[in-house]
Design a protein around this ligand. Sequence first.
Ligand SMILES: [Zn+2]
Length: 139
Amino acid sequence: MVTFKLTHNKRSDQRGVYSRFFVGECALTELADEWFLDKEIHTLNFKCKTWKKVKRKISDIHRPLLMDELDADKIRYSRKAGCQCGCSPGYVVESSNYIKRWLYGDFEYTQADVQEFKTFLSKMETLLEKEKEKQLKTA
Ligand SMILES: [Zn+2]
């Protein structure tokens, strides 16, 4: 079971629909990020559908925990949430209350959660190879 604790909730001077949420401790985000770098997704010359699946998975896992706590309408994971270079991945939090915030929190996972995500990532590895092959054929 995944649990979540909000550690920091700071209103920005600006108002806006999009807030940013960053995780302190998050084993799954770290694993996804490692996967992205290891597979060199940024060097691919096509829009990677497999990476999109990884992003969707990580958003799906965390969304139920975050929606209420962050008073959000929509939440999605982005490697570029904090910076264009990818140094601070996090979540883009969309909220109709128009209060722009900087949020921080920690997730805790069981070993089983982490193992399940690792299994998912290895399946994605196979899928990525297939996607690359397909791209080569159509190129
Ligand atoms: Zn950066």
